[in-house]
Design a protein. Structure first.
Ligand code: F6R
Length: 622
């Protein structure tokens, strides 16, 4: 969702750098999803700002037509509309009634209506329909009373309800930026004689690799040479420094047509990196990050995975493996449902939160609830310095690198790999598996990058099929066992990228209702289990028969050499998973054709696969 960039340099040397750093940061944050963009700058000249609905290019064109003055401080924003339609006026930055203060904001100020009414009584009317504008006016009122921007921010932070990462620029003091955060993400980038703010590290990854995590309910004052962090009561607070391990090339397309293409191809690397350094030379598992005491991990009697969307499907896959290896019941719960249904969680429950961004508000709220009930929370997260990582008892990072395309691909794969490491670790710790058995599973996991590469070799055949099916308007995905969450993920990818109505079902469920949907030429994707699991396999082969006999168009993902599927599906519509891939590892390869298919259908329809309509990469509101 909304992206924030801030730059602060030396006030005595205003230049175009402030503007350029912010525009570059905004370009790198485009992936979060947005519908308008804006910038405000200050230095020796009065506050200047420009904002435009639509793509960042519209803003750049406006700056070209109406250049901004040299500045030492700048703040910028990509907006994903919540309060008020996308428009120039509703775009951020919002400017105070006296044109002294500019603010950008990510989150929702829930009591904006009451605060707007108070402002109206003072004769200050909102010009936009946004909640954010209130903050600009409130800050200006405090400054007018003689407060400095830090104090003003502290005062208004106490009045705001909801979630906010709020960055403010006082044009009379362009030597500093002040920001406040509650529930919405914000990180500080540390430079030499200049500093940065960003809604995530991608905002300044081109400038510095040193960053500071900001805790919940903190206010930060940043000048060119200093960073001062306090809590909402004004007490100094420590912010943890970390080193950003993403580089600029990771946030560029690297020769691919789209980020999504690049990220699909990065999947072998994502698994490799997630596994790397988590085994000893003797092949033993070593998860140093698991700072939860072993005695607690031994005593847990239930695992609940909380996550949303694709991350939840990764959790769903992990359920099969963790239950099988550890004999602990695993529930998978959509994070937004969890907190509101009075779940049974206690100190014997391990809550595993899975999130690429580490900022999904639904997941964040779920882990807070779990911790309040006494559960330990372990997060599987891709983004360093993110809120979910910070607020969990332990973090297992997926080292997939930045995922820029809005639709998740490499994060899904690496979430499964990380969850499997966790499962094996618990199995070893709790004595469910012998060390050599664990080593065997690890060895198979280690082979997965190579197996993913083998599936990627079928890319052109999958794309060709997708182009030939670009006019589809409804698709069904079927899978059984670990193939079921893969079917759900395949349907989600097609919905979100190609805007095609798609449903995923457990194949066994077909006869309980969905079979009524099957008709002549309806595309039905089926993920067929390995013939090495004859019972599972035979049941899904029966599903192929049932679907085929009703005239549907079958597209099959099966294990290489599975002759049975060729009785029902055209060979040009069968994609192969490498022979001998263990059943539990199958999702890491069977999902690949589904990702490529959805990507290519979307392209054939002329859609932007990196930024599907209405979606945001990081869903920071509940
Ligand atoms: C789908 C997709 C979303 C996310 C979901 C959770 O392609 O990307 O369904 O998986 O919004 O996001 P994170 O993993 O950032 O918590």
């Amino acid at each position: 969702m909304c992206g924030i960039v801030g730059y602060i340099g030396k006030p005595e040397s205003p230049s175009d750098k402030a503007r350029d750093v912010v525009l570059e940061g905004l370009a790198r944050l485009e992936y979060r999803g947005y519908d308008s963009a804006g910038i405000a700058v200050a230095g020796s000249q009065p506050l200047a700002w420009l904002k435009r609905e639509g793509r960042l290019d519209n803003l750049k064109a406006a700056i070209e037509a109406e250049p901004l003055p040299p500045a030492s401080a700048a703040i910028g924003h990509t907006r994903w509309a919540t309060h008020g339609a996308p428009s120039d006026t509703n775009s951020h930055p919002h400017i105070s009634h006296d044109e002294r203060v500019a603010v950008v904001h990510n989150g929702i100020i829930e009591n904006h209506a009451a605060l707007a009414a108070e402002l109206a009584e003072r004769g200050i009317e909102r010009v936009s329909e946004t909640d954010t504008e209130i903050a600009a006016h409130l800050l200006a009122i405090e400054l007018e009373k003689g407060a400095d921007l830090l104090d003003a921010m502290r005062t208004i932070a106490g009045k705001l309800e909801g979630s906010f990462a709020l960055v403010a620029l006082d044009s009379q003091h362009p030597e500093r930026l002040v920001a406040a955060r509650r529930n919405s993400p914000l990180v500080v980038g540390l430079g030499e004689g200049e500093n940065y703010l960003g809604s995530d590290v991608a905002a300044f990854v081109g400038e510095t690799k040193r960053a500071l995590e900001l805790g919940q309910d903190t206010i930060v004052e940043v000048t060119a040479d200093s960073v001062n962090v306090i809590d909402f009561d004004g007490n100094p607070t420590q912010a943890k420094e970390f080193s950003v391990d993403w580089d600029l090339s990771a946030v560029a397309k690297g020769g691919y047509e789209t980020f999504m293409d690049k990220e699909i191809h990065e999947q072998p690397m994502a698994v490799r990196e997630t596994l790397r350094a988590r085994t000893t030379e003797q092949g033993n598992l070593q998860l140093d990050e698991l700072r939860i005491p072993e005695s607690i991990l031994r005593s847990i009697d239930k695992i609940i995975v909380v996550a949303c969307g694709t991350a939840a499907y990764a959790g769903h896959v992990a359920k099969y493996a963790i239950e099988h290896w550890c004999r602990i019941p695993v529930e998978i719960e959509l994070a937004h449902e969890f907190r509101y249904r009075d779940p049974v969680v206690n100190e014997k429950t391990l809550v595993v939160a899975i999130s690429q961004s580490g900022e999904t508000m639904d997941t964040l709220m779920a882990i807070r609830h779990a911790r309040e009930q006494g559960s330990k929370v372990l997060a599987i997260v891709n983004t360093q310095g993110s809120t979910i990582a910070r607020e969990s008892d332990a973090v297992l990072y997926t080292h997939a690198g930045p995922e820029i395309a809005v639709a998740s691909t490499k994060a899904f794969i690496s979430q499964i790999a990380a969850a499997y490491l966790l499962g094996l670790y618990l199995a070893e710790l709790r004595g469910n598996k012998y060390v050599d058995e664990i080593a065997g599973y690890l060895d198979e996991l280690g082979k997965m990058p190579g197996r993913i590469e083998q599936v990627l070799e079928q890319e052109e055949q999958i794309r060709e099929l997708a182009r030939s099916m670009a006019d589809i308007d409804s698709v069904i995905f079927l899978g059984r066992h670990v193939g079921y969450p893969v079917a759900l993920e395949g349907a989600l990818k097609l919905k979100e990228l190609a805007y095609v109505h798609a449903e995923g079902f457990a194949a066994g469920e077909l006869k309980h209702g969905p079979i009524a949907l099957i008709e002549e030429d309806l595309p039905v994707f089926v993920i067929v289990p390995t013939p090495r699991r004859p019972l599972l396999h035979a049941k899904v082969i029966s599903n192929l028969q049932e679907v085929r006999s009703r005239g549907a168009k079958l597209i099959v993902i099966a294990e290489e050499g599975d002759e049975d599927v060729l009785k029902y599906a055209d060979p040009s519509q069968v994609f192969w998973a490498p022979r001998t891939t263990p059943t539990l590892m199958m999702p890491l390869v069977t999902v690949i054709p589904l990702q490529i298919f959805a990507c290519e259908v979307a392209k054939a329809k002329g859609y932007d696969v990196d930024k599907p309509r209405n979606l945001a990469k990081s869903v920071t509101v509940e």
